[in-house]
Design a protein around this ligand. Structure first.
Ligand SMILES: *Cc1c(COP(=O)(O)O)cnc(C)c1O
Length: 376
C-alpha cells in the first residue's frame, strides 16, 4: 500500500494465525487431523496467504464454500486437499477431478449425478458424505423417522461407481452455546452422527477414513468429539474461545485514519438524518471509514474506537465512506492519527454486540476496497 494514500486497512498477523493453528493443534488428541476452514476469503483474512501458511505449517485439509474459492487456491499453488462444503453443479465434475478437489455430497440424487458424470469420464471423484443431524441445512436427512432411509441412501451413494467416499461429516447448530439445552442438543447430534456411521458400516460395510464434526465451538467445548479430524474456522482467526482455554490471538486489526478535525458549538447536528447533536463544544474527527468498508451502519452512535491512548465515541450516522468520532477527550489525536475499529485495543465483540451480530459477520464484511496488510 502506498503510505501516502493511507486511508483504511486491515492489518493481518500471519504469526498470530500460525500461533492459533499450533495452539489448536496442541489441544487435539494424538493422530487427529486438522482441517482449516478458509471459506469467504478466510473470513476476510485472505484465503491464499492463510492457505499457504496452513499448508506450510502442516495442516491436513482445507475447506471452502464453493468451486471458485477452491480454484483460487489451486491457481495460487496450494496443493493440499481441499473440501468444498457447499453445492457444486454436477456439470463441474471434471473440473473437480482435474483439480483434485473433494466435493461434499448431501443427497442421493446428487451422488447419482456426480457418479454419472465421473463414470462418463472414466474417472473418480473424491467425496465426503454430509449428514444433517440437526442443523437442518445441507445433508442427508437421518434424524428420527428418517434414520433407516438416511442410512440406506448413504450406503447406496457410497456404492456408486466413480465416487470415492473418503469422509463423512456433520455440522453442529449450537456447539458454541454454553447453556444446558444447547449442550444436550449438541450431544444428541453427535450421538446420531456416530449411530449413522456405525449402522452404515454394519449394514453396508462402508468404512470412512475421515469422520469429522468439530467446528470451533466443539473444538473448545467438546474435545471428545474430535474423531479423525477437526474443522475450525473462527478459532484460527483468534475468536470463539471466550474462556481463553486455548490462549488464541486475534489476527486482524481494522484500522482507519483521521481525515480532518473540526470544532462544533453545542447543538450542532452531525451527519445524515441529524441523529446526533453536540451537547458541548466538540472536537470532532472525520474518519476515513464507512459502511462500504465494512463498518456496519447499524452501530451508528453505538460504538467507540481506540485512538491516541483512549476511546473516541462514534457520533452521527455512519456514511458510506466516512464517519465521525468525538476526539474532545483525546488531545493526542490529530489529522492522520490511526484509529483502531477492532483489534488488540478494541475488542471486536464490542462492535459485533453493538451491531447485533457476531464477529464472523464483521470479519467477512471487511470489503474489497480495504487493503490487507500482512505482518510477517
Ligand atoms: C463454516 C463452517 C465451519 C467452521 O465454523 P467455525 O464456527 O468458524 O469453526 C465448519 N464446518 C462447516 C460445514 C462450515 O460451514
Amino acid at each position: 500500500m502506498n503510505d501516502l494514500q493511507k486511508r483504511t486497512w486491515a492489518e493481518i498477523s500471519l504469526p498470530n494465525i500460525r500461533h492459533n493453528y499450533e495452539a489448536i493443534r496442541a489441544s487435539l488428541p494424538a493422530g487427529c487431523r486438522f482441517l482449516g476452514v478458509v471459506k469467504a476469503d478466510a473470513y476476510g483474512h485472505g484465503a491464499l496467504p492463510v492457505a499457504r501458511l496452513l499448508q506450510e505449517a502442516g495442516a491436513d485439509y482445507l475447506a471452502v464454500s464453493c468451486l471458485d474459492e477452491a480454484l483460487e487456491l489451486r491457481h495460487g499453488g496450494v496443493t493440499m486437499p481441499i473440501l468444498i462444503l457447499g453445492h457444486t453443479p454436477h456439470e463441474y465434475t471434471q473440473t473437480l477431478i482435474d483439480y483434485e478437489i473433494t466435493q461434499t455430497v448431501s443427497a442421493l440424487a446428487k451422488a447419482r449425478e456426480y457418479s454419472a458424470a465421473a463414470t462418463a469420464l472414466g474417472r473418480t471423484l473424491k467425496v465426503h458424505i454430509k449428514l444433517d443431524t440437526g442443523m437442518s441445512r445441507l445433508g442427508f436427512l437421518c434424524a428420527g423417522s428418517y434414520f433407516a432411509g438416511g442410512v440406506d441412501n448413504v450406503i447406496l451413494s457410497c456404492a456408486l461407481p466413480g465416487l470415492d467416499p473418503e469422509g463423512v461429516y456433520t455440522h453442529f447448530a449450537v456447539a458454541d452455546e454454553a447453556d444446558a439445552e444447547s449442550e444436550a442438543y449438541t450431544r444428541a447430534q453427535y450421538r446420531l452422527f456416530c449411530d449413522v456411521i456405525n449402522t452404515v458400516y454394519e449394514k453396508g460395510g462402508v468404512r470412512f477414513r475421515l469422520r469429522h464434526c468439530a467446528n470451533s465451538g466443539a473444538v473448545v467445548s467438546y474435545p471428545e468429539m474430535a474423531l479423525d479430524m477437526v474443522r475450525p474456522g473462527l478459532l484460527l482467526y483468534g475468536y470463539g474461545d471466550r474462556s481463553g482455554r486455548l490462549g488464541l490471538r486475534p489476527c486482524m486489526r481494522l484500522v482507519t485514519t483521521v481525515s480532518t478535525i473540526k470544532f462544533y458549538e453545542p447543538g450542532t447536528s452531525i451527519s445524515y438524518g441529524r441523529r446526533y447533536e453536540t451537547e458541548r463544544r466538540t472536537r470532532m474527527g472525520v474518519l476515513a471509514v464507512g459502511y462500504a468498508d465494512g463498518l456496519p451502519r447499524a452501530v451508528s452512535n453505538r460504538c467507540s474506537f481506540a485512538v491516541a491512548g483512549g476511546y473516541a465515541p462514534q457520533r452521527g450516522t455512519i456514511c458510506m465512506d466516512m464517519c465521525m468520532a468525538d476526539l474532545s477527550e483525546l488531545p493526542l489525536a490529530e489529522v492522520g492519527s490511526e484509529v483502531e475499529l477492532f483489534g488488540e485495543q478494541n475488542d471486536i465483540y464490542q462492535l459485533s454486540d453493538a451491531a447485533g451480530t457476531i464477529p464472523y459477520e464483521l470479519l467477512c464484511s471487511v470489503s474489497k476496497r480495504v487493503p490487507r496488510v500482512y505482518i510477517e
